[in-house]
Design a protein around this ligand. Structure first.
Ligand SMILES: Nc1ncnc2c1ncn2[C@@H]1O[C@H](COP(=O)(O)OP(=O)(O)OP(=O)(O)O)[C@@H](O)[C@H]1O
Ligand SMILES: [Mg+2]
Length: 252
């Protein structure tokens, strides 16, 4: 990647306003994301974090404001559009299929198909998907003992890992994670944070929404704070502190 490109934001959101009826969820929020960067997105409950990400990915349309992706403006009208450009969002409920195994979850909705050949030798595709899943997990340094176990029988951390693998399986450039560690034990949290670091090393940018500042400070390069729908702070991790960020979050 040339230097110019490294200094240009991959994503820029400017002056985003979004209301739901009488609720002003976003009141002029700004955000930018650099290539290979982990951005922590924090703020109190109802600050507008999830809404901002849904506006970014085309789930909601902003009432006003602009979104730039590389040189293009306002091109995401649906999650399908943003996905096509490599932006993947992992929701808090993960949206995994609990009664399917790891391979099936990674390929969910994107099963290897090749017309009638698929019908003739489905097992071959199964083999291929298994092989690709294994390679993917290796690349992300995700250790899951069996790929043929239904995900409902896996731990919360393992399920989170499968959800991440699924998100990055197909050329993701940006992965948005909404509270990925909220329900995890310390050890599993550490693993998820390691995966986030590995994504960055693989050139993927991550937006990490979390109420756990410790996690954000452990893994992020930069942190931004939303309060009542407005961006009120945007600081490099090395130039700030948890105390400072808490003050931004609670206000006053
Ligand atoms: N689909 C919706 N319809 C109506 N109101 C909504 C909708 N989505 C969000 N809101 C409202 O917008 C505001 C911002 O919500 P949002 O979910 O973005 O907050 P958040 O920062 O993600 O909070 P949390 O940390 O609790 O997840 C809240 O007041 C919420 O009730
Ligand atoms: Mg939320």
């Amino acid at each position: 990647m040339d230097i110019n490109k490294k200094n240009t934001p991959l994503i820029e959101m400017r002056g985003i306003i979004k209301s739901f009826g009488a609720v002003e969820a976003l009141r002029g929020a700004n955000l930018h994301l650099m290539p290979s960067e982990v951005l922590g997105l924090v703020g109190d409950n109802a600050a507008g974090k999830s809404t901002l990400m849904k506006v970014l990915t085309g789930v909601h349309r902003a009432d006003s404001g602009d979104i730039f992706f590389e040189d293009q403006k306002n091109i995401f009208n649906s999650p399908k559009d943003s996905r096509k450009k490599g932006i993947e969002m992992i929701y808090q409920n993960l949206a995994l299929a609990p009664n399917l195994d790891v391979v099936a979850n990674v390929f969910l909705g994107r099963e290897k198909s090749s017309g009638f050949i698929k019908n003739l030798c489905g097992w071959l595709n199964e083999d291929l998907m298994g092989k690709e899943t294994k390679e993917l997990l290796n690349r992300l340094k995700i250790n899951i003992p069996s790929l043929r176990v239904n995900v409902q029988r896996m731990s919360g951390g393992q399920q989170q890992a499968v959800a991440i693998a699924r998100a990055v399986a197909f050329q993701a450039r940006v992965v948005i994670m909404d509270e990925p560690t909220a329900a995890l034990a310390v050890k599993e949290t550490g693993k998820v944070l390691d995966i986030i670091s590995n994504l960055r090393e693989n050139g993927v940018s991550v937006i990490l929404i979390s109420h756990r500042l410790q996690d954000v400070f452990n893994v992020a390069d930069r942190i931004m704070v939303l309060r009542s729908g407005e961006t009120i702070a945007d600081e490099k991790i090395e130039n700030t502190s948890m105390d400072r960020i808490v003050k931004y979050i609670v206000g006053g």
